[in-house]
Design a protein around this ligand. Structure first.
Ligand SMILES: Cc1cc2nc3c(=O)[nH]c(=O)nc-3n(C[C@H](O)[C@H](O)[C@H](O)COP(=O)(O)OP(=O)(O)OC[C@H]3O[C@@H](n4cnc5c(N)ncnc54)[C@H](O)[C@@H]3O)c2cc1C
Length: 384
């Protein structure tokens, strides 16, 4: 069987790029090892759709994503759970720490506004008007009113269903095992029982699988590693104690409100792979550590119990915390995307649109230039 485009991976990147290609009338096959949204694009809770505090190189993508998120539900005919809650990045210190404290807030706001990310510096009292349950220790915040949240599972499944509706072929339970090449082009993808020829381009968007395939097939080691981000959720409450998407300047903390006024707690804590059960598990000390950060900032959470915690979703991280989006020597018609470093969901709609354009037109869109592997050495990847 032959297709013009083959997308590998049924997360928000694979499903979204397949939908973008199908929307433009292209012939596309998506191969997913397990089920749609079974990786980082699924699981407990919601995902933040946030520009506030993001690496500056990702802000042009976030700016485009701001335009795409509000209309996605209508365009794919499915719920996405997208909601503009606004994001507050809280400060408890005037100076110091890796991020610079509240003293850095105005400079950061100026740059974000320059990139079209509406940002305001709020005093402690002004933040407490928006978040009355907030601790008195908070001295201020960076506020982005256009940031929000979305349901990652619903969005990803909706994108895949919309792609199928437009004629894309979606194959679940079909892991890609290898590639066939002719010179520096990929000509076919190989699965356990089949072989799929590709006429134009492959989009390798299978997250943690990308570095493995690149290493085994191209002999290139990408500077990425696997992580298992930890999330937990409180029991339901009568009233939500938090109104916005919350981040923090120096604490490893992110908060979101879920259904039934449960609060989702995350922000950079990790689970660990467990060889005995062959899955990633949460570590109780870390779950409690994350909850303690939440309670320090929202004391009202002190008497609220955690209902569940999870670290089963595998993500990839890069040494400079921004993704790798590129083609590699030996496979010039295969665009890879990996290393989203725990914040890939928000920008995905923008990246997917640009990936489809790149695949069709054969030229890297300018907004994707910062994510090239060139950045890891002056002459390209180490060892090349
Ligand atoms: C707990 C958690 C919280 C997060 N919070 C946020 C947030 O608040 N905001 C934000 O912007 N981002 C967040 N992220 C990051 C974001 O969710 C991810 O960056 C994004 O979902 C990655 O999408 P993906 O499509 O690349 O990967 P995935 O969703 O992992 O999809 C990859 C797919 O490839 C499939 N696959 C694997 N091997 C093969 C193979 N051999 N053949 C075919 N298919 C294969 C997998 O089964 C999987 O379905 C979070 C991530 C996690 C885990």
């Amino acid at each position: 069987m032959a297709y013009d485009y083959i997308v590998v991976g049924g997360g928000v990147y694979g499903a979204g790029t397949a939908w973008e290609l199908a929307s433009r009338g292209e012939d596309v096959l998506l191969l997913e090892a397990e089920e749609i949204a079974s990786g980082a694009s699924g699981g407990l809770g919601k995902r933040g759709v946030r520009a506030n505090g993001r690496d500056l190189r990702e802000l042009p993508l976030m700016n485009l994503a701001y335009d795409l998120w509000p209309t996605l539900s209508d365009r794919i005919g499915a719920e996405t759970g997208y909601e503009r809650t606004g994001h507050l990045r809280l400060f408890e210190r005037e100076t110091g720490g890796l991020q610079g404290g509240f003293a850095s807030a105005q400079a950061r706001a100026n740059v974000q506004n320059e990139f079209g990310v509406e940002t305001e510096v709020l005093t402690g009292d002004a933040v407490r008007e928006l978040e009355p349950e907030l601790s008195d220790d908070v001295v201020g915040a960076l506020y982005c009113p256009n940031d929000g949240v979305a349901d990652q599972t619903a969005t990803t499944r909706g994108l895949a269903a919309a792609a199928a509706e437009l004629g894309a072929t979606i194959r679940e339970h079909t892991p890609v095992r290898g590639v066939e090449r002719d010179g520096d082009r990929v000509t076919a993808l190989v699965t356990d029982e089949e072989r799929f020829e590709v006429e134009k381009a492959v989009l390798l968007l299978s997250n943690a699988h990308v570095p493995k395939l690149v290493e085994s097939e191209l002999g290139i080691t990408l500077p990425v590693w696997e992580t298992f981000p930890q999330v937990s959720a409180t029991e339901p409450m009568d009233e939500a104690p938090v109104n916005h998407l919350i981040g923090h300047d120096h604490r490893r903390l992110a908060l979101k409100v879920l259904s039934d006024n449960r609060v989702m707690i995350s922000g950079g804590w990790r689970g660990e792979w467990d060889d005995d059960t062959n899955q990633a598990i949460t570590i109780d000390e870390r779950v409690q550590g994350n909850a303690a950060e939440a309670r320090a900032v929202f004391p009202v959470l002190e008497d609220v119990q955690l209902e569940t915690a999870d670290a089963s979703r595998r993500e990839t991280a890069t040494v400079d915390h921004i993704p790798i989006i590129d083609t590699l020597p030996g496979a010039t018609n295969m665009i890879i995307g990996t290393g989203w470093t725990g914040h890939g969901f928000a920008i995905s709609l923008a990246v997917n649109q640009l990936l489809a354009t790149w695949a069709i037109e054969g030229e890297r869109p300018r907004r994707l230039a910062p994510f090239s592997t060139d950045r890891f050495s002056k002459t390209g990847l180490p060892g090349l």
